[in-house]
Design a protein around this ligand. Structure first.
Ligand code: SF4
Ligand code: SF4
Length: 387
């Protein structure tokens, strides 16, 4: 059973105050233009009180829940990716001088950030980026600077969207390791309160200064039932044990052409994905030619130019690009980085304008493979010399 401390609403505000007092910008879910995004807050009144969400393939809506829950929704439209790995990052700037050209490296914004309210899927995605961008010999300096200044305050998902499948991926609905603090929102006859669990010395230090009380067995049981209820509500699932072998064996499947007839190669799925990290480098100069900047910008394996090698692009068809994305994400990524590239947040499903659903596509590829296997078996038996 869960252990921990309890904070009430006033205590949550004190947590926000304590973080700001330590110099953190507090970034949390906020309702903006009909979507839940991540933005800076200074008060819990800025959290999306009583807002829920509906997410389905190609569909995202918010609605009024009819209660006062502060975290009564699933994964926000934006993940934490833009906070730690911005979509456009200036790397250096050069200025023409009388004698030549002077270039200076652009220092990343290193202001401390507390990410409040991230879900288990996004916490796992940060762990993936930590491994890829900091844990493999070559360190991505801007990411590592921002990450070293970042406090993670996760929230248990109590109401997954129809697009979520974190329980299949082992990333939720209860956030796993990596959070400095984990909150579980409880809203029942015993009041509106939060179970707080610590995950690091930094989290313990912040919690120590707050007026928390020890969680009772009833509080802990209520928190456990939030997790059990969310797990039971999960509609989508993805069987992952056989996925790498399935995808590698499906390289020539006709399913890729079927997907390509629907896929617009718009790149939305990769932009919203909390783990996709492909970038390009762009050089920009002003009209006078006196100032030059180099930027790192998000790119996507769905864009034609991304596969350009000498002589041209090597993945010219949409089917090849979707196959590359799905096969890398679910099959090559585990070989390369030791973990799946998908955390089950469901954003690529909700934000795909063609309503393409990777869980359905994996299931279809599995059906196709089973059918091909059955066909081969029949072919072998009908061609047997005994018959
Ligand atoms: S799968 Fe959907 S979101 Fe991704 S590139 Fe194709 S149309 Fe766009
Ligand atoms: S592939 Fe889709 S479901 Fe998986 S982490 Fe990326 S956006 Fe989320």
């Amino acid at each position: 059973m869960t252990t921990g401390e309890m904070l009430d609403l006033a205590g949550l505000q004190l947590l926000i105050d304590a973080l700001r007092g330590r110099g953190y910008r507090v970034i949390a879910p906020k309702l903006r233009d009909g979507a839940l995004v991540l933005a800076e807050i200074s008060s819990l009144d800025e959290l999306p009180r009583g807002v829920g969400d509906e997410q389905e393939a190609g569909r995202y809506r918010t609605h009024v829940r009819g209660d006062s829950a502060l975290f009564g929704f699933a994964a926000t439209a934006q993940s934490a990716k833009p906070v730690l790995f911005p979509a456009d990052e200036q790397l250096w700037r050069g200025v023409r001088t009388g004698a030549g050209f002077e270039a200076s490296r652009t220092e990343p914004d290193a202001a401390p950030v507390a990410l409040l309210g991230i879900r288990g899927c996004d916490l796992a995605a940060i762990g993936i980026h930590d491994t890829i961008l900091m844990g493999r010999g070559a360190v991505d300096v801007p990411y590592s600077i921002r990450r070293s200044q970042c406090l993670l305050i996760a929230v248990t998902c109590g109401r997954p969207a129809a697009t979520c499948f974190c329980s299949s991926m082992g990333t939720g609905p209860k956030p796993g390791a990596g959070a400095d603090l984990t909150l579980t929102e409880l809203l029942d006859d015993d009041g509106h309160r939060f179970l707080v669990e610590t995950g690091s010395p930094a989290g313990e230090e912040v919690l120590e200064g707050l007026p928390s009380v020890e969680a009772t067995p009833l509080d802990r049981a209520a928190a456990d039932s939030v997790v059990a209820g969310a797990t039971a509500q999960m509609v989508r699932e993805m069987r992952i044990d056989d996925v790498p072998a399935l995808l590698f064996a499906s390289a020539e499947s006709p399913r890729w052409e079927d997907i390509a007839e629907r896929c617009l190669a718009c790149t939305n799925c990769t932009m919203v994905c909390p783990t996709c990290f492909c970038t390009s480098v762009e050089d920009i100069s002003d009209l006078s030619g006196d100032i030059d900047e180099r930027h790192r910008v998000w790119d996507s394996c769905f864009s034609l130019e991304y596969s350009r090698l000498h002589g041209g692009a090597v993945r010219t068809s949409t089917s090849a690009r979707y196959r590359q994305w799905l096969t890398h994400k679910l099959a090559a990524w585990p070989q390369q980085f030791g973990m799946s590239g998908c955390v089950g947040c469901g954003r690529c499903i909700a934000w795909c304008p063609a309503a393409i659903d990777l869980t359905a596509e994996v299931a279809a590829l599995r059906d196709d493979a089973a059918h091909r296997g059955a066909t081969r078996t029949v072919a072998r038996s009908t061609s047997s010399p005994d018959r």
